[in-house]
Design a protein around this ligand. Structure first.
Ligand code: FES
Ligand code: FES
Length: 172
């Protein structure tokens, strides 16, 4: 497989979850361990363009796949989602941050102007409850990634102050 542009052959049990190959064998510790059951999103990486919980996929199933972790999203840390995250001062403890950023980056890749339903469908959990700032960061990143979009076309705008709660995965 390819990890952040580098060809890698892990000499590990094929059943090893991708999360532990990345963290323990590749020392890519930006990808976090949370629930271990595909529920929290802390371990999200991008596999062949899709956001995937790395705790729930074995390396044996990923032969030939292209994997991007938070370390490989942008060498200069200038990906629109990273910039928006900093600009909106989203982080509290920061544990959810890498997974959220990867999930949002993948979302914007497939849907540059996601509506509230698409945002709420993100499975990621922020235990610090920074959801209002996360919503603002998604809107900022979408706007930055699509500068040519006609004014008023950003469907993230819901007319609110942005302080309403949003609950990815319908979790509160
Ligand atoms: S640790 Fe993988 S989804 Fe929670
Ligand atoms: S900032 Fe703490 S879990 Fe999200």
């Amino acid at each position: 497989m390819t990890v952040n542009g580098e060809a890698i052959h892990y000499r590990l049990d094929p059943q090893t979850p991708l999360l532990w190959a990345l963290r323990d064998a590749s020392n890519l510790t930006g990808t976090k361990h949370g629930c271990d059951h595909g529920d929290c999103g802390a371990c999200t990486v991008i596999v062949d363009g899709r956001a995937v919980p790395s705790c729930s996929v074995s390396i044996g199933s990923l032969e030939g796949s292209e994997i991007v972790t938070i370390e490989g999203l942008s060498a200069s840390r200038t990906h629109p989602v990273q910039q928006a995250w900093a600009a909106e001062q989203v982080s509290q403890c920061g544990y959810c941050e890498p997974g959220f950023i990867m999930a949002i980056a993948a979302l914007l890749q497939s849907n540059p102007s996601p509506g509230p339903e698409a945002i709420d469908a993100l499975p990621n959990i922020c235990r610090c409850g920074a959801y209002p700032r996360i919503r603002k960061a998604i809107a900022r990143a979408a706007a930055a990634a699509a500068p040519a979009a006609p004014e008023g076309s950003n469907r993230l705008s819901n007319g609110s102050s942005g302080e309403e709660q949003f609950s990815p995965g319908n979790r509160s």
